[in-house]
Structure formats: structure tokens, C-alpha cells
Design a protein around this ligand. Structure first.
Ligand code: APR
Ligand code: PHB
Length: 391
């Protein structure tokens, strides 16, 4: 088998890249370890920046998003019974859209099918070869060991994928930060009791009120990093959500929990996101804690930049875009790392054995109420900075 771009991973990064390339007349093949139902059913985050919505529209995959996505003009921050509305649209002219990542993935897979972009599910044992010369990917597809020769490889296989590990030690610099807590997330058949997201600071720990539709709520609780989901029966989850999010006269709407899980929180960046003819994108190259809602948006931004660079390489033989890909992508990655870390450190119970940290958090929250500069900074970062060709 031969193609121009071999893409490993059918998450938002790999699928969006395949479609962006197809639009430019560049051939790609996507290789995915899991089956289609698993990939489409995996409940993840779901907050799309305007840049991400723009890419979906440009690809002509925005019909479901336009119908089912929930555009939001603001978020609220809540602490000690007070609620501060952040009017993002008023402050920045931009908005965000709530639309589950698994729906994004479903829509992208459908579009690949309609446009003849090959996505091979359930491939095992992916290995990359000759990254400096004539690259190829070998894998098992049920019929035996296959070889896919390609001009370039895109490593879009997430944090636990194989692509990053195919880069020789010493050629990548990795930056890690692990938080001592995780998020317990639930999906519940309950009408959201709020129209916009609520990020709550609470002495018992952080909580987030989000949603997927007018009848489905998505909620999160800060829990210790090593927590087992077995210790969280539904009743305990609702009790804790009410305690952390509720205010006099307002309660979280409860209903049957249809999905629950605990995700660890970490920050991670692998620089320079490329090696020879391999280019990393999305979670394969970086992880952010979900508090800033940046993971999916960074993945889409990476492949927007990468597809433009690949386009120039094939249409004009200009490889300068490819050479500068990592540097351009990393500018936004580090901006998002800083913002995600800021939101995380602002809102989570820090367990530092002292009250100094929590008093600083309250002072920062108070500053957001008093300072237009401070709240505008938060809003600008949250909605995402406009896309350019080097950021
Ligand atoms: N071979 C083939 N496919 C693989 C392999 C492998 N060895 N390892 C992982 N994959 C697949 C995974 O099964 C997954 O479908 O690569 C895909 C990677 O997708 P994501 O993890 O969704 O990563 P990405 O596309 O970068 O999207 C980032 O996902 O984790 C969230 O918060 C994150 O929203 C962000 C988004
Ligand atoms: C979500 O709806 O899943 C969500 C929203 C905002 C976040 C994280 C997750 O910051």
C-alpha cells in the first residue's frame, strides 16, 4: 500500500487532518487501533472554541453541530455562595459551543466515509520505520502484516500512542507536571439547571456544571488522583455536587447517571513535535488539564497548521512550513498550558496543608470581579485567540 500521508489515530486530530488534506487533493490513510463503535462512544470533553467550529464548517461537517451544538456567550465562576458571570462575548466578540467530542468524532468519521478517505479500524501492532528517509508504517489488519509506504507520517495517536515513542531518545524534550487530583465525570439524564457552564471553587474541592443537550447534563468533581470509582455510588456523587455547586434557592438537577469515570490530570508537552518525516499532533504531543477546555481545540489547531504546511510542501515544493510546524503549534500549546494551569490552580482544592494557597485563590477570584483587565484576560484565553498562520 502507498499513500501520501499515513495518519496514526482516528481521534479529532487524525480525522480532521485527513479531511483537511482531502480538501487539498492530498491522499491520506488513517490507521486506528480501536473499533468504530468504541471511538464514537468514548465520552470526553465537549467545548469547542470558535476556531474549532470554523474548521468544522470549512470542512463542510458542521450540519449536526449547527443543529445540536449549544452556543454559549459566557460562563460563571462560583465561590463562597457568590456567582460571577464572565460575559465572554461582550468582552471578546467571540463565543464557544458545547458539543461532545464523541459527536465531533462521529461526524468526522461519517464525512471520511462519504468522501472516500480510508479509515482502517482495529489495526494492531503499528510500527513506524525510516523516519529520516523513506517512511513506512507496518501493522496487522486481521488479514496479516501490512506495509503502508508514505511521504510523511502524522502521529495523531494520543498520549498513550506509539508515534511519540518512535522518536529516538534525545531528539525530544518532554515537560511534565502531574496534579495530585483528578476529575470524576458523569453524564446524567437530567435537564441542565443552568444555561451556561458553572466553574465552582469550594472548600470540599472543585466542581463543574456542564451539559450536552437540553436533557443531558455533564458534571465533574475534583477527587484525589488515585481515587477508585467504586467508592463513588451515585448518591454520593449527587450529594457532593449539591454541596459544591448549590446555592440558596438553586440546586443541581438530578437524574439517572448513564456514564461515569475518573480522569487523571496532567500537563505534558513534547518538543519539538516533529522528527524527520514524522509530525506529532494533538494529545500525542501535549496534554492539558481539562479546566481550560483546551485539549480538543489544541488538537484541531495543530492539524490546521500541519495541513497548511503539508499543502505548501506538495503544491509548491516549499518545506519551510513543515520545518516550522512544531514551533508554530507550540506557541498556542504553551499559551494553553499556561491558561489551563492558571484555571486549575485557581479553582481546585490544593491540599497544601496550609490556608495560604486558598486565600490567594480567593484574592484572585475577587480580582476578577473588580478588574476588567483581569476578567478580559480570562475571557480571551477561554474563547481562544483567533487563528493565524503561525499560532
Ligand atoms: N495505533 C493506532 N491507533 C492508536 C494507537 C496505536 N498504537 N494508540 C492510540 N491510537 C488511537 C486511539 O485509540 C485514539 O482513537 O489514536 C486515537 C487518539 O485520539 P485522541 O486520544 O482522541 O487524541 P487526539 O485526536 O489528539 O484528540 C485530543 O482528545 O483526549 C482528548 O482531551 C483530549 O480533547 C482532546 C482530544
Ligand atoms: C465538558 O462539557 O465536558 C467540559 C466543559 C468545560 C471544561 C471541561 C469539560 O472545562
Amino acid at each position: 500500500m502507498r499513500t501520501q500521508i499515513g495518519i496514526v489515530g482516528a481521534g479529532p486530530a487524525g480525522l480532521t487532518l485527513a479531511l483537511l488534506l482531502q480538501r487539498q487533493g492530498i491522499e491520506a490513510v488513517v490507521l486506528e487501533r480501536r473499533d468504530r463503535a468504541y471511538v464514537e462512544g468514548r465520552v470526553r470533553a465537549g467545548l469547542l472554541e470558535q476556531n474549532t467550529v470554523d474548521v468544522m464548517h470549512r470542512l463542510g461537517v458542521g450540519a449536526n453541530l449547527d443543529r445540536d451544538g449549544l452556543p454559549h456567550d459566557g460562563i460563571s465562576l462560583r465561590w463562597q455562595g457568590e456567582t460571577l458571570h464572565v460575559p465572554m462575548r461582550e468582552l471578546t466578540g467571540r463565543q464557544v459551543t458545547v458539543y461532545g467530542q464523541q459527536y465531533v468524532v462521529r461526524d468526522l468519521i461519517d464525512a471520511c466515509g462519504e468522501r472516500g478517505v480510508p479509515v482502517h479500524f482495529e489495526v494492531d501492532g503499528v510500527e513506524l520505520h525510516d523516519l529520516a528517509g523513506e517512511p513506512s508504517i507496518t501493522f496487522d489488519d486481521g488479514a496479516g502484516r501490512q506495509t503502508l509506504s508514505c511521504d510523511l507520517i502524522a502521529g495523531c495517536d494520543g498520549f498513550h500512542g506509539v508515534c511519540r515513542g518512535s522518536i529516538p531518545a534525545g531528539a525530544l524534550r518532554e515537560h511534565h507536571f502531574t496534579y495530585p487530583f483528578g476529575w470524576l465525570g458523569i453524564l446524567a439524564e437530567a435537564a441542565p439547571a443552568a444555561e451556561e457552564l458553572i466553574y465552582a471553587w469550594h472548600e470540599r474541592g472543585f466542581a463543574l456544571y456542564s451539559m450536552r443537550s437540553p436533557s443531558i447534563s455533564r458534571l465533574y468533581l475534583q477527587v484525589p488522583a488515585d481515587e477508585s470509582i467504586e467508592t463513588w455510588p451515585d448518591q454520593r456523587i449527587w450529594g457532593e455536587l449539591q454541596a459544591r455547586l448549590g446555592v440558596p434557592g438553586w440546586r443541581v438537577e438530578e437524574g439517572p447517571i448513564v456514564d461515569k469515570g475518573i480522569t487523571p490530570m496532567r500537563s505534558f508537552v513534547a518538543e519539538p513535535m516533529q522528527h524527520g518525516k514524522l509530525f506529532l499532533a494533538g494529545d500525542a504531543a501535549h496534554i492539558v488539564p481539562p479546566t481550560g477546555a483546551k485539549g480538543l481545540n489544541l488538537a484541531v489547531n495543530d492539524v490546521r497548521l500541519l495541513s497548511e504546511a503539508i499543502g505548501r510542501y506538495f503544491s509548491a515544493g516549499d518545506s519551510s512550513g513543515l520545518a516550522g510546524y512544531g514551533e508554530a503549534a507550540l506557541r498556542r500549546v504553551w499559551r494553553a498550558q499556561d491558561f489551563s494551569n492558571f484555571m486549575t490552580q485557581l479553582l481546585h482544592r490544593l491540599d497544601d496543608g496550609d490556608t495560604f494557597g486558598s486565600r490567594l485563590q480567593l484574592a484572585r477570584l475577587e480580582q476578577l470581579r473588580r478588574s476588567t483587565a483581569a476578567i478580559t484576560n480570562l475571557a480571551e484565553n477561554y474563547v481562544g485567540f483567533p487563528a493565524t498562520d503561525d499560532f
